[in-house]
Design a protein around this ligand. Structure first.
Ligand code: RB5
Length: 148
């Protein structure tokens, strides 16, 4: 069973229930790393928690949410091995798995609705990485991180 880490701040909390139920419907095991209500918290904490869970192999994939998806994605992308993509529609969701092999997607609770989040998560989760010419480019990103 694919393990998916989920994390959000107060701005993304509105999407979490929809994201979790969609992932469970698709057969994933969800690891909920918080936050757990709409009290104000700091998005880097939750971006880092999900990113470290994915980078360590504890979880295979992650979904992170804040107000826009932007701040939490910036935080997550500081962790080596993470490719976190801000996604606002199903086209971006599919393409970021096909081409970027995004292991985390970032969603904005003030940008998209819970129904849109569900469709985006499904499009990304069910899409396949295409490899080939895209792998060379991912290797170039790894080189920037100092891995290759
Ligand atoms: C919190 O108010 C907000 O700044 C945060 O959720 C996010 O949108 C940051 O990028």
């Amino acid at each position: 069973m694919t393990k998916v880490a989920v994390g959000c701040d107060h701005g993304g909390f509105i999407l979490k229930e929809s994201v979790v139920s969609t992932l469970e419907r698709l057969g994933a095991e969800v690891v909920d790393l918080g936050c757990y209500d709409e009290s104000s918290v700091d998005y880097p904490v939750y971006g880092e928690k999900v990113a470290r869970s994915v980078a360590s192999g504890e979880c295979t994939l992650g979904v992170i949410m804040c107000g826009t998806g932007i701040g939490i994605s910036i935080a997550a992308n500081k962790v080596r091995g993470v490719r976190a993509a801000v996604v606002t529609n199903t086209y971006m969701a599919k393409l970021t798995k096909n081409h970027n092999n995004a292991n985390i997607i970032a969603l904005g609770g003030r940008v998209i609705s819970p129904d849109e989040a569900a469709a985006i998560v499904e499009a990304w989760y069910t899409a396949e990485y295409e490899g080939g010419r895209h792998q060379r480019r991912l290797d170039m990103i790894s080189a920037i991180e100092g891995d290759k």
